[in-house]
Structures are given as C-alpha cells and as structure tokens.
Design a protein around this ligand. Structure first.
Ligand SMILES: Nc1ncnc2c1ncn2[C@@H]1O[C@H](COP(=O)(O)OP(=O)(O)O)[C@@H](O)[C@H]1O
Ligand SMILES: [Mg+2]
Length: 259
C-alpha cells in the first residue's frame, strides 16, 4: 500500500477537497483505495453515512491500540473506495503535546491498514505540520501540498520552503510530490500570475502541472462531504483529478507498484 498525505500549513487551501477527489479518482481507476480523515475537525464523508460524525475512526485507533481497524472502515457506494472517519477522540484528549506518544500508534495504524489489501491510502490532515500531522508525515510515503492560487504575500515562498524542509526533517524518506495549485481562476489575471509566480520561484518538479480550477461545484460537493464526481454536474471536473492522479503515478514508482 502506498500512503499519500495531503498536508499544508494553511487552512482553507483545498486539502479536504483534493483528498476526497483524488481518492475518488484512484478508486475509479480500479485501485483499492482507503481515504483516512486525520483532521480532528474532519468532514470527509460527512454524508456518505448519516452518522459519520458519531462513528469511531482514526483518532480512536490512535487513542486506543485495542481498537480494531476493520471496525472503523466505512464502505462507500464505490466498491473500491472505503473511508475511515476522524472519529471521536480529539487531538487534545490524546495529549499530543507529549510528542512521540502517538508516532508508534500512527505507524501501527498504517501498518494495520496495509494488511487490509488496499493499494492506495490518501490521508487528509488538519492545517499545520505539528502534532499528529507530523506523525502522519513520518509514517507515510508521499506528500501532496495544496496551495491556493492567490497573490503571494512576501512571506509565502519562505513559508512554503520552510514547510518542505520541515517535512523532510520529519521524514527523510518522504517523497515530496510537490504543490498542487487550487482554486485557480483562468479568467482572473491575479490568479494566473499567482500560479506563474509559484512556478517561477520553485523548482519545476515541486509544482504539479495539473491545477484545480475554482468551481462552485466543489463548494456544493464539500457541503456534503462528497467527491465532485458523484454530483450530477461533476463530470467536467473528473478529468482534473484523473490528470492529477496520473501525474502522481508517473512521478513516483507508484505506476509500477500499482499496475
Ligand atoms: N477548487 C475549488 N473551487 C471552489 N471552491 C473550493 C475549491 N476547493 C475548495 N473549495 C472550497 O474552499 C473551502 C475550503 O476547502 P477545503 O478543501 O475544505 O480546504 P482545507 O481542507 O484545506 O481547509 C471549502 O468550502 C471548499 O468547498
Ligand atoms: Mg480540511
């Protein structure tokens, strides 16, 4: 199983949207895919099952090692896509301040998931690179970093570089897939310039070719915690995430591992 964590220091940049729709694309391509919500405020699969807020999930597994992973897995309408909600136990309750406490458990969680026969595991995280997210970064194979296409503040690029460095310190083996520009508005010069600025400032292999356009369909889908692909008008944007998936597969040895 390949684990890809979707992470960024900033909130509201499209992490959850990218996680859900990328997982959906992997699943549609026939890969057995597990989507894990590691954001304690998580909203993945909000309406996939009505009770998903009250279900046990990732944080329960981290908090209680006797928690059986099989019991946390929520099937979806798509046979190849399953998810594990965030669960009940909060970051705070875990006393994650005591660093390192959760790392072994996070590793054990992904090890257990690995034994369930999945090809790919996509992990959505809370904003920031600390606490459980740092542990998830330590335990995963690759990271994808959504970056909103808005004019860059002077401190943005140093911040991005700092984040990349932090990730590599946390896990030297982590494959940094790079930034994926989100909420791109093709008819807005500022938005296009923001994408170009990021491409100019970072090495080519650090920015995915595929960009995620700004589209109201994402807002409608995320209100329901659904992939856009299952929405009536969502067909048009399926290709975006298929392209992103192909790029990820080609960028890594995922292609040979998965095919
Ligand atoms: N490509 C997009 N186009 C339009 N709205 C988007 C897009 N991606 C995300 N959004 C919206 O922006 C908000 C934040 O996105 P979300 O994926 O929840 O970000 P994060 O998980 O990083 O906090 C949500 O309301 C979501 O619907
Ligand atoms: Mg989110």
């Amino acid at each position: 199983m390949i684990t890809i964590v979707v992470s960024s220091q900033k909130g509201g940049v499209g992490k959850t949207t990218v996680s859900i729709n990328l997982a959906h694309s992997f699943a549609r391509s026939g890969k057995r895919t597990l989507l894990v919500d590691a954001d304690p405020q998580g909203s993945v699969g909000l309406s996939l099952t009505r009770q998903s807020r009250t279900l046990n999930g990732f944080y329960d597994a981290i908090g209680d090692p006797s928690c059986a992973l099989e019991q946390l897995i929520v099937p979806t309408k798509l046979e190849t896509l399953s998810l594990i909600p965030a669960g009940q136990c909060s970051d705070y309750e875990l006393g994650v301040g005591a660093m390192g406490v959760s790392l072994e458990r996070v590793k054990a969680f992904f090890h257990m998931a690995d034994t369930q026969g999945y090809d790919v595991c996509i992990v959505d995280t809370a904003a920031g690179l600390f606490g459980v997210t740092a542990d998830v970064l330590s335990a995963c194979d690759a990271v994808l970093i959504p970056q909103q296409a808005e004019p860059l503040g002077v401190r943005s690029v140093p911040k991005i570089l700092e984040a990349l460095t932090k990730m590599r310190v946390v896990n030297p083996k982590l494959h940094v897939l790079g930034l994926v520009m989100t909420m791109v508005q093709n008819r807005l010069a500022e938005s296009i310039e923001a994408v170009q600025a990021v491409r100019n400032l970072l090495p080519e292999n650090m920015v995915m070719r595929t960009v995620v356009p700004r589209d109201d369909i994402f807002v409608q889908a995320s209100a329901k915690g659904l992939p856009v692909g299952v929405m009536e008008q969502g067909a048009g944007v399926l290709a975006v995430f298929d392209n992103l998936r192909l790029e990820i597969e080609n960028k890594t040895d995922l292609h040979s591992v998965l095919n």
